[in-house]
Design a protein around this ligand. Sequence first.
Ligand code: DGY
Length: 326
Amino acid sequence: MNKPRVWLTRSIYAPAVQKIAEIAEVEIWPAESPPPPEVILEKIEDVDGILTMLTDPIKSNILDRAARLKVISQMAVGFDNIDIEAATRRGIPVGHTPGVLTETTADFAWALLMAAARRVVEADREVHQGIWRAWGPDVLTGKDVYGATLGIIGFGRIGKAVARRAAGFSMKVLYHARKRDEQAEQELKAEYRDLDSLLQDSDFISLHTYYTPQLHHFINRQRFAQMKDGAIFINTARGGLVDHEALLWAIETKKLAAAALDVFDPEPIPDNHPLLNHPNVIITPHIASASTQTRQKMALIAADNLIAGLNGKRLPYCANPQVYNV
Ligand code: DGY
């Protein structure tokens, strides 16, 4: 019997590829940059499984061509690049990789918070440019993290992991989420707030929600205006959650002291974007989960999801479990 055919839209951890190759014929997009949509369109016609990254738009028009596709396995926890409804309608399970990247992503959110508070990137840039300003009472002064109030929006795995780190800095932790989690409130000494009061009372605000079209520009000008004067805003979730024109307003009016973004909309950020002119805006290229160990674990889970789908088994981590009820 012929082996199923799969296409990996990027080269991943070799042991994960080997696992897949034991049961399937594997083709891998060879470049470091994502395949263009027209290549995805062409490849998807011909494969039983596809292993995708968050940079690959798997929309309805692409799925229309996926005559023999049995499974989509995304190497990320987020899957807003995939039209889940369209995949479900076609009976295609979509895998993702929750859990393994929680702590790594929370570490990075924390790194951004610390860097923005203490102006680490700005200071480093000055020194690299040959500017070592003499020690002075006001040179590169930032904000204290210790004892400050942290507002976390979205209290899933990553939001909670960020809250856990805050304990070491004696921070007061506020959170907002669709549902209250009283057990987590006790464990993490976190206080539930409605969004308005969280925005008003937090010195640091960190975003940890999934992106859905309903949450497009969820953090808009009105919400920035509600924040405390001099607050610091951190986004390691998805760029589409934030209206970046509104963020620019908040930075230029000094409503915010700083912002740190690991995600943007679009990605990459256009190279003439005005936020790039502000030294108090840190922007990193969507690397919050990028530790070697975590990326290896993500690749192995993505391989397991792909293999399960090819074998007609339930995916260990399925983003659209409703697919099994139709
Ligand atoms: C995800 O997994 O969704 C992150 O954004 C990247 O690892």
